[in-house]
Write a new protein. Structure first.
Length: 116
């Protein structure tokens, strides 16, 4: 049986709605990891303009466009990959692996990876 895109969106919405109803910390951790994974999978590409802007402000526009694009693409792959992993394993709570948690947070800071 193949699920349509619409069915998957409804299932994800049901999970979001059910998360607050789950008892204890486990439900919150699982919901946070799922949300984090979904957001990072969908917005990982945002690392490219973020890094272009950061490199341009630290150096110049040429460096921003060239090195910022390369660096941003690498971080986009990293953030998206971590997002996919978080989605695949959301039922096993874990610490955040990408810092900042979302691409739009602390946009002037470089993205880093690993548990703190």
């Amino acid at each position: 049986m193949q699920l349509s895109k619409k069915t998957m969106i409804v299932m994800a919405a049901a999970l979001f709605a059910a998360t607050p109803l789950m008892a204890g910390e486990y439900g919150n951790d699982v919901g946070n990891k799922f949300t984090r994974g979904l957001a990072n999978t969908a917005t990982g590409w945002g690392e490219i303009p973020k890094n272009i802007a950061n490199e341009s402000s630290h150096s110049n526009a040429l460096v921003g466009i060239t090195w910022g694009t390369v660096k941003g693409a690498a971080h986009a792959v990293g953030r998206t990959g971590v997002g996919v992993f978080d989605l695949a394993t959301f039922f096993v709570p874990s610490d955040e692996y990408v810092h900042s948690t979302y691409v739009w947070q602390d946009s002037n800071k470089e993205t880093s990876y690993g548990s703190y």
